[in-house]
Design a protein around this ligand. Structure first.
Ligand SMILES: [Zn+2]
Ligand SMILES: [Zn+2]
Length: 221
């Protein structure tokens, strides 16, 4: 039987095995029933041949090598889902198909940046666990998210606006007219009773909802 060399097909099979394992159904019949591959026999044969999976009676398990590869793929896919849902606020069904492609694009370094940027989320938008990365372990002791919402920013700290994700697109021009735009340096004056930021010599009061839509990176003042 010809082995499959298409990496994307192998990746899809590894991801499926990971998910089946999460739901505790590592039976080979479950794999066949859930696989979208055009040739499930060939893909199973390939996984076995590449030492990515092994058979135990009627069950198919990821090997250590397969587990490591699948873990990285799942991590990237679920982080991409979070990115699309939380930052780009895309509707749920389009998220999965786009995230499916993303895990093949995100490099390891980019994955760490995305994870840090999102504040090391423990779950995807569907509630499935995101495998932890090196960045998540460091986070506990020393690393804070590079970019955070203005609503979570520290009072009296200075930040540079990285981007704005308005729930209402018409807001952008109004914010821009106040000097609130990507690249602007702001200082958070207070959070309560209302959000007040300083831009140049001007202070601007913001609705807390808008403060959630402005993403800032801390700068040393
Ligand atoms: Zn998900
Ligand atoms: Zn992380």
């Amino acid at each position: 039987m010809p082995l499959i060399t298409d990496k994307e097909r192998i990746d899809e099979a590894l991801e499926l095995l990971w998910v089946l394992n999460e739901d505790q159904h590592p039976d080979i019949s479950h794999f066949r029933a859930n696989s979208d591959d055009a040739d499930t026999d060939a893909i199973i044969e390939t996984l076995l041949h590449e030492s990515l999976a092994s058979l135990h009676g009627s069950e198919i398990h990821l090997t250590e090598k397969g587990h490591k590869a699948a873990r990285g793929l799942i991590r990237r896919q679920r982080l991409a889902e979070r990115l699309f849902t939380d930052v780009f606020e895309m509707p749920d069904d389009s998220v999965v198909s786009d995230a499916c492609k993303m895990e093949h694009i995100l490099s390891e370094e980019l994955t760490e940046s995305v994870c840090t940027f999102l504040g090391h989320p423990p779950n995807c938008p569907h509630g499935k666990p995101i495998p932890r990365g090196e960045c998540c372990r460091k986070f506990k002791v020393e690393v804070v998210p590079v970019v955070m919402r203005l609503s979570e920013f520290e009072v009296s700290a200075a930040g540079k606006i990285t981007f704005i994700v308005p729930s209402d697109a018409s807001r952008i021009s109004r914010l821009n007219s106040l000097g609130i735009a990507a690249g602007s340096i702001i200082k958070l004056i207070q959070k309560t009773p209302s959000f007040v930021i300083q831009i140049d010599e001007t202070t601007v009061a913001l609705d807390p909802e808008i403060a959630k839509e402005i993403y800032v990176r801390k700068v040393v003042s």
